[in-house]
Design a protein around this ligand. Sequence first.
Ligand SMILES: Cc1cc2nc3c(=O)[nH]c(=O)nc-3n(C[C@H](O)[C@H](O)[C@H](O)COP(=O)(O)OP(=O)(O)OC[C@H]3O[C@@H](n4cnc5c(N)ncnc54)[C@H](O)[C@@H]3O)c2cc1C
Length: 436
Amino acid sequence: MRTSYDCIIIGAGISGAAIAYELSKKGYQTLNLDQLTAAGLGSTSNTCAIIRTHYSTLEGTAIAYDSWFDWDRWDAYIGISDEKGYARFNQTGLINIYHQRKIPEKHMKFHDALGIPYEIWNREKLLNRMPHFVDDSFYPPRRPEDPRFHDLPEKKIDDTILYYPNDGYINDPVLSVHNIQRAAEAHGAVFLFNAKVVSIRSDENGVMGVNLKDGSRIDAPILVNAAGPHSAGINQMAGVAHKMNIKTRPLRHEVHFVPSPETFSYDRKGMVVGDGDLGGYHRPETGNLVLVGSEDPACDEKDWVDDPDQFNRDVTLAQYQAQTYRLAKRIPELRIPNKPKGIADLYDVSDDWIPIYDRSDLKGFYLAIGTSGNQYKNGPAIGRLMAELIHASENGHDHDAEPLQIRLRHVDIALNMGIFSRNREIIQGSTFSVLG
Ligand SMILES: Cc1cc2nc3c(=O)[nH]c(=O)nc-3n(C[C@H](O)[C@H](O)[C@H](O)COP(=O)(O)OP(=O)(O)OC[C@H]3O[C@@H](n4cnc5c(N)ncnc54)[C@H](O)[C@@H]3O)c2cc1C
């Protein structure tokens, strides 16, 4: 095997694979290293894979919409056939229930600016489409052990409900990364699995390469940290962690599955529902199930993890009950089996829940991290943004002094990449949650 490449990418999740794809199209000889046995088996494997466009910043909204075009025409984005077939975009539409009027106003402003379709619904229209819902407000979200959890509702949810017809979810996120791997390989990219990076070599001129757990050494002048929840550890190895204003750390998160209500088939009629009033979201899941996720309401203690290789992968009864009992307030007929079913995995959370797509203080070392539970959908744009950034920086552009303005592929905007800087001040307009 070769021991020298133009660029090594640590990680073969959605981010690392998409970066390899775009860099290899530019002629870079890339190598993705992943400690797992195949692509997409890290945190990407447990993503809920919701494809939506509402974010707390114009830039976040723009890259989500830019990527949406690729999910919508996935075969055109991938450009080759994959022996495993293609991942599928289930375009169910998404409704967002709010508890505070100022949030939908911001979403509408960004969608208007970028020409993204949406509709304004009211409670009546919501109940027509989702007749199994109640339109009471239960805000603020509480835990079932809180005696106030059972208080009777006194108000209704906000009468402004936004419907996004474009949105939905990807049926098989691991397959989607395999598709990108195959597309990258068609341009010469190489993927190596069971390959754990244990140290990074550099000198005063910048990055030199990596050492693997099996003792082998691979050289490259460019190295990308796309290690998901392991990003902070990789930054430590590179010696750049203390030189960044924004830090990342792993947060454990649970998602649960319950049967679809008897009177409403989620398989046939379900949509993605963001429910800010309940502090959660849900969507259809294969097998006529309902997938129940959480938007990290303040009442739920955050489960920060020190070592991303050591965390509890089993769901807990307490969190299962918290998330599903909350949803049962919106769907009184929801059936909740006693035995919890679901997954637990890690977000790579940045200080303001906005990602870091940037260079670093070590020449040749780049960052695609801090994806904060909400960047799967942005994979295609991440690949393009990082490839442009790396290409410009390697050709002498000082991105710190003069942040790159990048024209997106499908959306008519010159995106200021400075918003994703490692040295930004915390973005106060963020939701500081999985919503970004
Ligand atoms: C429960 C859950 C639900 C989510 N829901 C959504 C959603 O609905 N929509 C959305 O857009 N996003 C969602 N996300 C977020 C999304 O999944 C992530 O933003 C995205 O998958 C991150 O991809 P990644 O490639 O950056 O990281 P990963 O997929 O984690 O890939 C990183 C890879 O790096 C490898 N690696 C790490 N360290 C090393 C090392 N030392 N040597 C070699 N390899 C290494 C790992 O093995 C891993 O494969 C969710 C996340 C979770 C956990």
